[in-house]
Design a protein around this ligand. Structure first.
Ligand code: HEM
Length: 192
């Protein structure tokens, strides 16, 4: 049997699965790093951590663009027949919101460093200088984008938590294939 790289009508393929977990892990790490770096005493360590946070933020932005492109070119598998009508209508909206947050959050971080009067260059993983977005520098704009980044980060984290709880509910309570089909392209629960 050929290795399932792309999605099928009932299962996710390896590209969608790997992008899902890679982005999920980096997202959680990014949130933790962001939370710690703004609370740390040592200015030097905070500076280093912020540079790391910016690097992983751009890595995430690249992966998310790849993921959205892959999603647009690959129809997602249909929900199992056992899923109720309310969830059938709300799940696509929740997933759309997750994609919107995944894009808006790193973009707001990029806007934040672009308008900062400190003008600290961003060099993802010390590889190259990332150009700033063409936005005017000012303290007021920095305050605006810092607040936007904060709200997006916390609302995004809440949405991710809700998403994980919904997946666990499917696995342990409803006992369908919704979680397992995002772990491997073949699953014992496929026929449900
Ligand atoms: C999906 C990716 C990202 C996540 C999950 C994330 C998350 C966070 C979090 C949780 C904070 C701390 C908020 C607080 O408690 O005050 C933070 C702060 C920050 N983030 Fe991000 N971030 C992401 C992407 C980025 C990117 C791409 C950049 C820049 C290129 C960036 C730049 C910053 C900066 C400069 C701060 C400090 C803000 C301040 O001084 O108040 N972030 N981020």
């Amino acid at each position: 049997m050929p290795t399932p790289i792309t999605n099928s009508p009932t299962r996710y393929g390896w590209v969608a699965i790997l992008l899902h977990w890679l982005i999920g892990i980096i997202f959680i790490g990014q949130f933790g790093l962001g939370f710690i770096m703004v609370r740390i005493e040592s200015q030097r360590t905070a500076f280093e951590l912020i540079q790391l946070h910016k690097s992983f933020g751009f890595l995430l932005l690249g992966l998310i663009i790849l993921r959205i492109a892959w999603r647009l070119g690959n129809t997602a598998p249909a929900l199992p027949a056992s899923v109720g009508s309310l969830e059938r209508r709300t799940a696509p909206l929740a997933h759309l919101a997750l994609y919107a947050f995944q894009l808006a959050l790193p973009l707001s971080g990029w806007a934040l460093v672009s308008v900062s009067m400190l003008e600290i260059p961003t060099m993802p993983f010390n590889l190259f200088v990332m150009p700033n977005l063409p936005l005017g520098l000012s303290d007021a704009a920095e305050g605006f984008w810092a607040a936007a980044h904060w709200y997006l980060a916390y609302a995004g984290a809440a949405l991710v938590a809700l998403h994980a709880l919904a997946a666990l509910r499917h696995h342990f309570w409803l006992r369908d294939s919704v979680l397992t089909r995002m772990i491997t392209p073949s699953s014992a629960r496929d026929m449900e």
